[in-house]
Design a protein around this ligand. Structure first.
Ligand SMILES: [Zn+2]
Length: 181
């Protein structure tokens, strides 16, 4: 049934909240210890392509900001789960954000596996969905974007996954990086 009814699943996804507490600051007093660095090998290509795409689009990621990103990892569930039909697929958190010492500042990204959230997609759809989720969180963490664009705008930084990620991802990218030029 899941395979025979993909559009239903996709349209459900449109209303999924991509992340809660996005860009939340981890309390800074006392200063938190910087977590051990870990970029998941499965997610690393998305990080690398984001940095490349940003540079090509004229909105390069600042090296200091990139250095602050200590973790990009899978989790079973992002804390602060949404209610009802909302699912939290990712989170960017900032640690010691106001520290004057760059070595103390850090950022971490957690990504929920769509499958564990009960979302089943074919491989191509899954990769585009994952890319949209990771790029959304990188928008928070690497381009320091707080908050969300309205869901109706259907952009990567909207509070829900844009449905057109399956057909117009390049257009989404242009819109995304235009925000940060
Ligand atoms: Zn977000």
């Amino acid at each position: 049934m899941l395979l025979s009814c993909p559009f239903r699943l996709i349209s459900t996804l449109v209303f999924v909240v991509v992340c809660v507490a996005c860009g939340e600051s981890i309390p800074t007093t006392p200063a938190q210890s910087v977590p051990e660095a870990h970029i998941d090998p499965e997610l690393q290509p998305f990080l690398e392509s984001y940095v490349d795409d940003a540079a090509r689009a004229g909105a390069p990621v600042e090296p200091d900001r990139l250095a602050e990103l200590k973790r990009l990892e899978w989790v079973d569930e992002v804390e602060g789960a949404g209610d009802g039909e909302e699912l939290n697929l990712g989170q960017c958190a900032r640690g010691n954000e106001n520290s004057i010492r760059a070595s103390e500042r850090f950022r971490t990204i957690k990504i929920t596996r769509p499958e564990t959230a009960g979302i089943h997609l074919n491989r191509a759809q899954g990769q585009l969905t994952l890319k949209a989720i990771v790029y959304h969180e990188l928008g928070h963490c690497l381009h320091n974007y707080h908050g969300h664009r309205p869901v109706a705008e259907q952009v990567i930084m909207s509070a829900a996954l844009p449905e057109k990620r399956f057909s117009e991802f390049n257009e989404l990218l242009v819109e995304h990086f235009r925000m940060f030029r």
